[in-house]
Design a protein around this ligand. Structure first.
Ligand SMILES: Cc1cc2nc3c(=O)[nH]c(=O)nc-3n(C[C@H](O)[C@H](O)[C@H](O)COP(=O)(O)O)c2cc1C
Length: 393
């Protein structure tokens, strides 16, 4: 990309370090996105591989959709697996597809905990027997509290999955500490009501996330013979009255950095506008995080970054990388359009006739269609017609 940098948005296309000795060619990451499209045996499907390959061409970094580190950690139907060595060849395919255009690739690893489907997991586990919140993809399930030795097993499972990511050729792993999955379930005062060393005080609620970081860091030190990143994705607060607040998250971030994470990735509803739930200062979360973290580690932020202008406004606030989600689903050539500097080429909606051209897996498309209010789906005349007919009958 050197030599033909556009004047507009040039900051987006600067090289950036995401971890020691891991240079990215630009500041645009493909946000981690589940496709619901894996094979029934938990391996990455041809459709999924093509989807990544198509979007990985020009971004600096691909963060994969989440993959479960234990069999009962699966969160979504059609989610590819990483809980056993037999999945290494499948992970290898994914790493190769994500790196095929010159991007770096990080595997996002997680345990869904309470945010799963009863059809997928019979034994739903969490920090405590506190119901999760119903969302578009998960009902409100009440988990069984994990026992001490089971907690240690989950921590080890994260380390084992990181080893598989190393063997498979990834450049890093991202711990999914956001969206109410097991890591956040332990950190949140709403869902963690334990009174042993894994719950209660802030220090105890931090113990599980920090133990996962320490175990994964050891696995990297033991198995990686090349620079390998350890990232952490965080939801900084929760909407409920007794939920997590940003003050606790800032404490956790200090400890994550001390524990050796390479970067922190904030998952936001809106990167440009979102304020903390208990906001008093009027500062956006991005501003607070930037001022707090300073130059200690790179920050990645995601949340409705659809256009190159929006991306640059985030980078202008001192953020290292933007993660683009829906924008890249709807525009596999998002980066090329941003380089060309023609804002109108970036589409803000998607419709059924585009699905094949955009290499969107069938299951991802049906999930998008079945989830009102998520993507901006434009119905064609032909699609609207039968609905209108039915309405008039
Ligand atoms: C199809 C889809 C799948 C997603 N799957 C994941 C996931 O596996 N892990 C994760 O951390 N976030 C996931 N997200 C959230 C995105 O990473 C991102 O934070 C969110 O979509 C906001 O960014 P956007 O407005 O640019 O899409 C998903 C989002 C989409 C649209």
């Amino acid at each position: 990309m050197k030599g033909k940098l556009p004047v507009k948005h040039s900051k987006l296309f600067e090289e950036v370090d995401v971890a020691p000795q891991l240079v990215l060619r630009n500041r645009i990451a493909m946000a981690p996105m589940t496709t619901w499209a894996s094979n029934d045996d938990g391996t990455v499907s041809d459709e999924e591989e093509a989807y990544y390959r198509r979007r990985a061409k020009d971004v600096g970094l691909v963060i994969t959709g989440c993959t479960h580190v234990q069999e009962n950690g699966i969160g979504f139907t059609g989610e590819f697996a990483a809980h056993d060595d037999r999945f290494i060849p499948s992970l290898q395919r994914l790493a190769a597809a994500a790196q095929s255009g010159g991007a770096r690739a990080f595997l996002q690893i997680f345990h869904a905990g309470v945010k799963t489907q009863p059809a997928l997991v019979a034994d739903v586990v969490g920090a405590s027997a506190v119901a999760g919140e119903a969302g578009p993809f998960a009902p409100a399930l009440t988990p069984r509290a994990l026992r001490e030795e089971e907690i240690l097993d989950v921590i080890q499972a994260f380390a084992d999955a990181a080893r598989r990511a190393i063997v498979a050729g990834f450049d890093g792993v991202e711990l999914h500490g956001a969206h109410g999955f097991l890591i956040q379930n332990f950190f949140s005062p709403r869902t963690n009501r334990r009174n042993d060393r894994w719950g209660g005080s802030l220090e105890n609620r931090m113990r599980f996330p920090l133990a996962v970081v320490a175990a994964v860091k050891s696995a990297i030190e033991e198995h990686a013979d090349r620079p390998f990143a350890l990232g952490y994705r965080i939801s900084v607060d929760e909407g409920s009255a007794d939920g997590l607040r940003i003050a606790d998250s800032l404490q956790l971030i200090d400890r994550l950095i001390d524990g050796g994470v390479s970067y922190v990735h904030a998952s936001l509803g809106s990167a440009l506008d979102q304020k903390p739930v208990d906001d008093t200062s009027g500062r956006s979360i991005v501003r607070i995080l930037h001022d707090y973290v300073g130059a200690r580690v790179p920050l990645i932020v995601a949340g409705q970054i659809r256009t190159a202008d929006a991306a640059e406004r985030v980078i202008d606030q001192g953020i290292s990388l933007v993660a683009v989600g829906q924008g890249l689903v709807m525009n596999p050539d998002w980066v090329a359009h941003a380089i060309a500097g023609n804002g109108n080429d970036i589409k803000l909606s998607v419709s059924f006739p585009d699905v094949n051209r955009l290499t969107i897996p069938q299951k991802l498309w049906t999930t998008i269609e079945d989830t009102p209010g998520w993507f901006n789906v434009v119905r064609t005349q032909a699609e609207r017609y039968p609905v209108e007919l039915a309405h008039h009958r």
